[in-house]
Ligand binder design. Structure first.
Ligand code: NAD
Length: 283
């Protein structure tokens, strides 16, 4: 028998905790505020930005939305970020990725003040995550850790296999799992014998971006499966990187798509906005 870990439910508990903190802030005359910048017309990004706005509303966080046209220049974006960096009423700044090709992502992300970098993408914050001493949680990996915590799952001495080595998911995920005393293997597009490695996993984290990439023959009996992927299947419906129907019976715990890791990522963003407000107001 397997259990589905519902990101919808766990994220609700996190957001309720955040909302309580926001009420405490407001009682002290402080209104936590998140600025979200969206450049261009990417439909998935529009959905994510809208979900972030809704989560802010739920938590009582003031949200500022900057929706800029595709042809926005890098200089114009830099100017906006510098303005938000200098605005003491703005606690967190998030620039939705991907950016249009004519804008250098690295330049933009490095410009956001580390203490307002609620996505934890600035090299200074990435470095803090690397040494396990950080203010801002990497949103998707931290959301996954919260889901595991909600089921009292300890990673101590477990073999965690992460498929994907992106800066956003795979690499920070490895750091958080190491911090919890797991043995971590990170697989990627050049990994040989991927199937054999994944089959050894007590915990599988799939962050590949390919529909139903993880199949039942890659899963050890009783494995915990965390599906990060958000893909459109051939039928046009949202699906993850895991073949859920085939893999669930072999797992002990599994996360669904949608309603799994996605809502947790947004809940962690809310948590980070509160952390930013704390750092900026209370030192
Ligand atoms: P990415 O495209 O930056 O990285 C994909 C990774 O998969 C790369 O490291 C690559 O080496 C690896 N990979 C590709 N093909 C492979 C193969 N055949 N075998 C082994 N590894 C392979 O992706 P990302 O930004 O980490 O996102 C991954 C997925 O997670 C996407 O579907 C994305 O939409 C989703 N995502 C979801 C959330 C969320 O909140 N749920 C957050 C971020 C990303």
């Amino acid at each position: 028998m397997y259990k589905i870990i519902s990101g919808k439910e766990v994220s609700l508990a996190v957001k309720e905790r955040v909302a309580e903190k926001v009420r405490e802030f407001k009682a002290e005359g402080i209104e936590p505020c998140l600025a979200v910048i969206l450049v261009g017309e990417d439909p998935a990004s529009k959905v994510y930005v809208n979900n972030k706005k809704k989560a802010c509303e739920f938590c009582g966080i003031r949200s500022l939305e900057y929706v800029l046209p595709e042809e926005t220049t890098q200089d114009e974006l830099v100017e906006l970020i510098e303005k938000l960096n200098g605005d003491s009423s703005v606690n967190g700044i998030l620039c939705q990725l991907p950016l249009p090709k004519h804008i250098d992502e690295k330049t933009v992300l490095n410009l956001i003040k580390p203490e307002k970098d609620v996505d934890a993408f600035h090299p200074e914050n990435v470095g803090h995550i690397m040494i396990g001493d950080f203010n801002f949680l990497p949103c998707t990996p931290a959301g996954i850790m919260e889901m595991l915590k909600s089921e009292n799952i300890s990673l101590d001495s477990k073999h965690c296999v992460i498929i994907g080595r992106s800066n956003i998911v795979g690499k920070p995920m490895a750091m958080l799992m190491l911090k919890e005393n797991a043995t971590v293997t990170v697989c990627h597009s050049h990994t040989a014998n991927l199937k054999e490695i994944v089959k050894q996993a007590d915990v599988i984290v799939a962050a590949v971006g390919r529909p139903r990439f993880v199949t039942a023959d890659m899963v050890k009996d009783g494995a915990i499966i965390i599906d990060v992927g958000i893909n459109r299947g051939e039928d046009g419906k949202l699906c993850g990187d895991v073949d859920f129907d085939a893999c669930c019976e072999k797992s002990s715990y599994i996360t669904p798509v949608p309603g799994g890791v996605g809502p947790m990522t947004i809940a962690t963003l809310m948590q980070n906005t509160i952390t930013a407000a704390e750092i900026q107001n209370k030192g």
